[in-house]
Design a protein around this ligand. Structure first.
Ligand code: ATP
Ligand code: MG
Length: 384
């Protein structure tokens, strides 16, 4: 008899047909990577995954953070012997102190000579007969639900032994994206949401030295570090943005600064993505949240993109975004009070309904290509 962790992954992965093998391999690899430094044994029993380790609690803490893991259960492994199953189920109910219980069986091993329903019924009867005290079977919402799985070995656990995982898809199975990561609350959440769906993250931050301080940059680095705890290594490209902003201020109308700046952010992200073989761009924009995030604003900044731009927060309320940022532990970093490049160059009355043709005309006095190229040539790269 030993304690193991049973890993359940998202049902979506089951449904992937030919891709299922690829997804499973990736998930296994991601789990192993997360467990780096801990001694553990990966156990497979009729396509169920288990982990054995002396340090099961730490294993659980790490594995529940792996994308694609729906839940983990602390189970007890025994021989698939009916008497042993009965005894263990009894112990579990007794230990729970519950007054109502239910046994639920899943028999995957057809060599085991009893059917699932029969096992549940017989085990239930055994528990009732031997229990000293008030106890009854309850089909709906019992206080103690005992799960029995019969494979080559048998596994028994209760719902109290179940821990929720991150869900989502294995990191890295769904292409790649260049996240525009600012020091704010939204963009780290947007990055997390893409990564959670299996999309590989790369980050770009526009830094306006000396208008934004080193501490603003450190804040973004810290955010990238937190994101990296969910992913594999994350590259953060820090692109100098001051020259671009100065050129815009010099050559364009004040009320168009923000939208033109956003078009440059998009251009740089796309150019960098192209250079690094990254397929898409992600931002933390949410419709209506600020003056530049109107439908017209999004249309005008999207116009310069040469690849899909994902905005996973587009329809979310700020409160809900903040809840996620607390859950994923980026909130406390995001609210550190350092200015970002956008707050420094905000016009008094930004255009909320920019018109594409007018903006293009204003931009015609700028050498966009050279500005973008120059910024990228002078970027710094950090890896977390
Ligand atoms: P956030 O909370 O993510 O900073 P925000 O509500 O402050 O978003 P904006 O400042 O309009 O909104 O930025 C919208 C999006 O543009 C951000 O979510 C981010 O993806 C990107 N962005 C803004 N500033 C920067 C920056 N300095 N570097 C990289 N990306 C940025
Ligand atoms: Mg911001």
């Amino acid at each position: 008899m030993r304690r193991l962790i049973l890993i359940k992954y998202a049902s979506e992965i089951f449904l992937k047909g030919l891709n299922r093998n690829k997804f499973e391999r990736k998930l296994k690899k991601n789990i192993a990577r997360k467990l780096h430094g801990i001694e553990f044994e990966f156990v497979e029993d009729m396509s169920r995954w288990f982990i054995a380790s002396e340090n099961l609690d730490e294993v659980a803490n790490r594995v529940k953070k792996v994308f694609g893991v729906k839940e983990i259960c602390f189970v007890t492994e025994i021989e698939s012997d009916f008497d042993k199953i009965k005894e263990l189920a009894f112990e579990k109910v007794k230990a729970s102190g519950a007054k109502t219980f239910k046994i639920e069986t899943n028999r995957a091993n057809k060599d085991f000579n009893m059917e699932s329903v029969e096992v549940s019924r017989e085990v239930g009867a055994h528990v009732l007969i031997n229990y000293d005290g008030e106890l009854s079977v309850k089909m709906k919402n019992p206080e103690c639900m005992v799960k029995v799985e019969i494979r080559k070995k048998a596994y028994v656990w209760t719902l109290g032994d179940v821990v929720k995982g991150e869900g989502g898809m294995p990191y890295g199975v769904n292409g790649s994206t260049m996240l525009m990561l600012s020091g704010g609350i939204d963009s780290p959440v947007a990055g997390y949401m893409m990564a959670r769906r299996g999309v590989e993250l790369h980050c770009v931050y526009y830094h306006s030295h000396p208008y934004t301080s080193e501490r603003a940059k450190d804040k973004v680095k810290d955010l990238a570090k937190v994101l990296a705890t969910y992913t594999e290594k994350v590259n953060l490209y820090v692109v100098p943005f001051t020259d671009i902003q100065m050129s815009i201020i010099e050559k364009c109308r004040e009320d168009e600064l923000t939208i033109i700046m956003r078009r440059f952010m998009m251009r740089v992200a796309c150019t960098l993505a192209e250079e690094k073989g990254i397929q898409s761009v992600t931002t933390g924009e949410s419709i209506g949240q600020v003056a530049s995030q109107t439908m017209e604003g999004l249309i005008v900044s999207n116009d310069v993109a040469d690849r899909p731009v994902f905005r996973p927060l587009i329809s979310m309320d700020k409160e809900d975004i903040m809840d996620i940022s607390r859950d994923i532990e980026t909130y406390d970093i995001s609210i550190r009070p350092y200015e970002d490049c956008c707050t420094i160059f905000v016009p008094k009355h930004p255009k909320t309904k920019p018109v594409l043709e007018e903006i293009k005309k204003s931009e015609s006095s700028l050498d966009c290509e050279a500005l973008v190229k120059d910024a990228i040539e002078n970027m710094e790269v950090y890896t977390f």
